[in-house]
Ligand binder design. Structure first.
Ligand code: PLP
Length: 432
């Protein structure tokens, strides 16, 4: 869908002009399209129509209350990885009965909180964790709903930092010993075995690893249903999005239907390949998409501060840094960077490094990249910044966190204020 496009010479999000938005609210500024998030949710939900299913948004990808609220109103569930995320989901009006709790290091306080709120299920990542959940549930006098996360040992063919489904990753329980783990969990007095879970990695751009994993694990799900009466099988998240879609290589609107056609992995392809393996199970199928729902629904707006011409390179120094968006530094993540004001048709691209103000050589957004020419004072948009963007932002270099805006048609709502200097030192004290 056309949520970010040039119109009248300026980049828009839905019907909102991003140049004026950036001037009004300052930069760096995160801007999300509500319409895009809901469109992606509805498409994925519809593609699973043949199954009893629940889409649980991976909250960690973008956890602003307004985003969670929009998805909760659509009926979404939530995959959470901390007590703090559960708190956010509840504050946003989400249903704890549709929450799954993932992560390898749940604490007693988090387990108690989740049990008291009545979450749908804990996705446990080790036998030690199952034993601990059993103890905590016993102390509270309740039974804890639990699914074990199986590590299917499938190569997701993605960046090593976001691959999770191989034996050498810290996630899940090895496929070769999962049956014994279920048998031991079934013997615990305060555990109700409710499901089976897997998640092989993030930003997968081919359907083949998903199919391989589902085909391998679906028979196990059937077996566990027969043995322990489990009710659901969560096949995780990981659907990749398009980060590379060069402005030079096509029509002037970088976000268009052609992009959809060129997607390496559409949800329709995903569903058509995966659903047949699941249909006969008679289990509820859970999905945990994060990036797919929000990644292309957000941009980071930033102002060009300076141009620095070195002997080897030209640097465009911008007012956003790795503390605002760490993906390039952390995962070698690629983000398209386009001027907010539409470049002239005959504009000659310049090969530059786009770098932030943070005192780290890793503080770059692009290296040796041809981008449309921009001068200091002009605005750039860092595209596809909706997932793992603001949520990973930090105060490093004592830089206040940016503001977040949610666009809905021609409305732009401030859904998080920019931090002040006062916010930076809140909670700090100088001892007498
Ligand atoms: C991070 C995570 C997801 C979401 O991954 P995406 O690539 O953003 O879809 C889903 N499930 C689990 C267990 C995760 O850790």
């Amino acid at each position: 869908m056309h949520s970010f496009a040039y119109r009248n010479g300026s980049l828009h999000c839905e019907n909102v002009d991003l140049e004026s938005l950036a001037r009004q609210h300052g930069t760096p500024l995160y801007v999300y399209s509500r319409g895009t998030i809901l469109d992606h949710y509805r498409r994925l939900d519809a593609s699973l129509g043949a199954l009893d299913h629940l889409v649980c948004f991976a909250t960690k990808a973008c956890s602003n209350l307004a985003v969670l609220s929009a998805l909760a109103k659509e009926g979404a569930g939530f995959d959470i990885v901390s007590g703090g995320e559960l708190f956010r989901v509840l504050q946003a009006g989400g249903d704890p009965g549709k929450c799954t709790f993932a992560g390898v290091g749940k604490t007693r306080a988090e387990i108690e909180y989740a049990l008291r709120q009545g979450i749908y299920c804990f996705n446990a990542e080790s036998e030690a964790e199952v034993a601990f959940i059993d103890r905590v549930a016993g102390d509270l006098g309740v039974k804890a709903p639990v699914a074990l996360r199986v590590n299917p040992n499938v190569d997701a063919k993605t960046h090593k930092y976001i691959s999770t489904g191989k034996s050498e990753n810290k996630f899940g329980i090895d496929f070769s010993v999962i049956r014994e783990a279920y048998a031991r969990a079934a013997a615990l007095p305060n555990i109700e075995l409710r499901g089976l879970q897997m998640h092989i990695g993030s930003q997968l751009t081919s359907v083949q690893p998903f199919v391989e994993a589902v085909a391998k694990v679906a028979p196990l799900a059937a077996e566990l249903k027969a043995l322990y009466g489990i009710r659901f099988f969560s096949i995780g998240g990981g659907i990749g999005i398009v980060y590379r879609d060069s402005l030079q290589s096509g029509p002037k609107t970088w976000w268009n239907d052609q992009e959809e056609a060129e997607r390496p992995l559409t949800v329709e392809t995903y569903a058509s390949q995966v659903v047949p393996h699941l249909q006969s199970l008679g289990l509820r199928i859970l999905l945990e998409p994060g990036r797919y729902l929000v990644g292309n629904a957000g941009v980071l707006l930033t102002e060009v501060l300076y141009e620095k011409r070195g002997s080897a390179k030209t640097f465009k120094i911008i007012d956003a840094g790795m503390n605002d968006l760490i993906r390039p530094a952390l995962y070698e993540g690629h983000h398209e960077i386009v001027p907010v004001r539409e470049p002239a048709a005959d504009a000659v691209p310049e090969k530059v490094d786009v770098v932030g103000p943070v005192c780290e050589s890793g503080d770059f957004f692009a290296q040796d990249r041809e981008i449309a020419p921009v001068q200091p004072g002009e605005m750039l948009a860092v595209l596809s910044a909706g997932a793992y963007g603001f949520v990973m932002a930090s105060n490093y270099n004592s830089r206040p966190l940016p503001a977040e805006i949610l666009v809905d048609g021609d409305q732009a709502h401030v859904i998080r204020s920019r931090q002040s200097f006062g916010d930076l030192i809140a909670g700090e004290r100088i001892p007498e």
